[in-house]
Design a protein around this ligand. Structure first.
Ligand SMILES: [Zn+2]
Ligand SMILES: [Zn+2]
Length: 553
């Protein structure tokens, strides 16, 4: 009989923050925990999203029993539509009611609801997948209804914390079920797969309660209209804001599709229970004094097409920022978005608003992730034999390894993995053993798999523009009968007219020297590219994209 072992295969979310996806395998039973997206880096021109390469999951489709989801954030569920689409078959998806509700809206948008088999889970219930048993344990995070996932095999138990903190006054949703985690710990836990992204922060992450107090104060003190923005998935924050606004006699209007969609789902599922009349339409706010209005707006990341960014540049069809407005940014920029966020804040100030954000008001937002003391508390609670940090950059994982040794888990029992590593966990040992196909897939609109070559091309277009060289060649004699005409877009240099004129001459000289009676299309194209790019580089130190257009007549 083959030796029994768990295989933990991170397909994303290690050595990076984003696109969390982990395969857990035991014999012939495989589970995919989360399938998240990541937002593209600046130099990925035109790329909308980055998702994990799910080739390994596709290759082992026969073993895939289910997709399990920890919570409703994009970096955990955003790639589910792509997984379903690429497999082209129904897969049962387990998660809390809110997680599945938010996922379902996404599946509709993608038109893949037919492939979805959504199964809401209950706490305390055990779900069987072949030889595996799974339990979902409530944890607090910045979206309600988040879960840790406990996976047991005949050999032992693995706990995946998912994103968590120990917030015992979480405002919306349940607090972390410490009692249940302790019970599971007492039964014996083989491996803890833990969130580690906030390991650099000492102490504990403040409770959502602290945010409520801050928001209540700033909304009370605001002289006029309040415009508040937060992550579109932050249902906890919506709940807080609507309740506070209602107590302070302000009506709330929701502006922006992403926030409106999630408010709707959360209301339908009973996660958001606004008092009657607390939420009104934008139109209904018009007749009200400004100090009785609060707008809950999309755009906490400064996304250029979002409601807040459009207000900031005076381009929103319904809302004009006026002096006396207070804008509250109850979020932190996701790495990579800092610049668009600060630009939006600048523009709002420019229009006369007072903007309150994390650098000027403390606790206007708190993280949903555990700080050091909480990460330690989790280890002490479940007392695992091995740890595998997930959900962090490499430095976070190394720091987590050091933190674990403070709780008595020696470094050799903490496995630092990279995307695609197979980490084998047995009763005695946890170690890396082999690799699977893995990586990133870049998504542009409806196209999956934007290549590095394409990105390089876009990079050159963005940086140095394009030069089109059009010429007509006699099919019989190979003689140039028209052009070359040079046309540039996005390209600039001193004496451009002169440079282009000399460029034309270079092409003519090279072609007339080499074309003896035969005009081979590919040859001409290659020659034009070669001669022109060399000449332009020598003259200008620039590398515009050269696009030869050769017509045979
Ligand atoms: Zn999260
Ligand atoms: Zn996350």
């Amino acid at each position: 009989m083959a030796r029994q072992a768990f295989q933990v295969v991170p397909l994303g979310g290690v050595g990076e923050v984003g696109k969390n996806s982990t395969v857990i395998r035991y014999g012939g039973d495989m589970l995919l925990v989360d399938a998240g997206v990541m937002f593209p880096a600046e130099e990925m021109y035109g790329v909308d999203l980055v998702i994990p390469d799910f080739t390994y999951v596709r290759q082992n489709m026969g073993s895939l029993r289910a997709i399990l989801l920890t919570h409703a954030h994009e970096d955990h569920i955003g790639a589910v539509p792509y997984v379903l689409h690429s497999m082209g078959r129904k897969v049962p998806i387990y998660g809390s009611a809110l997680t599945l509700g938010i996922l379902n809206a996404k599946l509709k948008e993608f038109g893949v609801t037919k492939l979805a088999d959504l199964r809401p889970v209950d706490s305390g219930q055990v779900y069987r997948f072949g030889k595996l048993e799974v339990e979902f344990v409530p944890v607090s995070h910045s979206v309600p209804d988040s879960r840790s996932i406990v996976i047991s095999s005949p050999m032992g138990t693995i706990i995946m914390t998912g994103d968590f903190k120990f917030d015992q006054t979480p405002v919306a949703g349940a607090p972390t079920d410490i009692g249940r985690l302790r019970e599971i710990g007492e039964r014996g836990v083989l491996a803890l797969l833990s969130d580690c992204v906030r390991v650099e922060r000492p102490g504990r992450t403040p409770s959502e309660q602290v945010v409520s107090e801050t928001l209540e104060r700033v909304i009370r003190e605001a002289p006029g209209r309040v415009i508040l923005t937060t992550f579109a998935s932050n249902i906890t924050r919506f709940e807080q804001v609507i309740r506070i606004a209602n107590t302070l006699g302000r009506k709330v209007a929701v502006i922006g599709k992403s926030v409106a969609d999630n408010v709707k789902v959360a209301q339908e599922l009973g996660y958001l229970r606004p008092p009657a009349g607390a939420i009104v339409s934008t139109r209904e706010t018009r007749g009200l004094p400004l100090n009785q209005v609060l707008l809950l707006a999309a755009g906490s990341q400064g996304e250029p097409t979002s409601a807040l960014a459009r207000m900031a540049v005076g381009d929103h069809p319904q809302i004009k920022i006026v002096r006396g407005d207070t804008v509250v940014v109850s979020a932190t920029p996701v790495p990579g978005n800092e610049e668009t966020v600060t630009k939006t804040i600048d523009n709002l100030f420019r229009r006369g608003a007072v903007v309150l954000y994390r650098d000027t008001v403390s606790n206007v937002h708190v993280s949903g992730h555990a700080s050091r003391d909480e990460l330690k508390e989790m280890i002490l609670l479940v007392r695992p034999k091995f740890c595998i940090p997930l959900h962090g950059e490499y430095r976070h994982m190394v720091l987590y390894q050091a933190l674990a040794s403070e709780t008595g888990i020696p470094p050799e029992r903490v496995v630092l993995s990279e995307i695609g590593d197979v980490v084998e966990v047995t009763a005695e040992l946890a170690r890396k053993k082999g690799r699977v196909p893995s990586g990133s897939v870049l998504v542009d609109g409806l196209t999956l798999g934007v290549t590095q070559a394409l990105l390089r091309e876009r990079g050159r277009l963005a940086e140095d523009g394009v030069l089109v060289a059009a010429l007509a060649v006699d099919r019989e004699t190979g003689r140039i009968v028209g052009g070359p005409d040079l046309l540039s877009r996005g390209f600039v240099c001193p004496n451009e007219a002169d440079i282009l004129k000399r460029g034309r001459a270079q092409i003519l000289r090279a072609l007339t020297r080499q074309l003896r009676g035969e005009a081979e299309y590919g040859f001409i194209v290659a020659k034009v590219k070669e001669v022109l790019s060399k000449f332009i580089y020598e003259q200008t130190r620039q590398q515009p994209l050269i696009l030869p257009v050769v017509t045979e007549v």
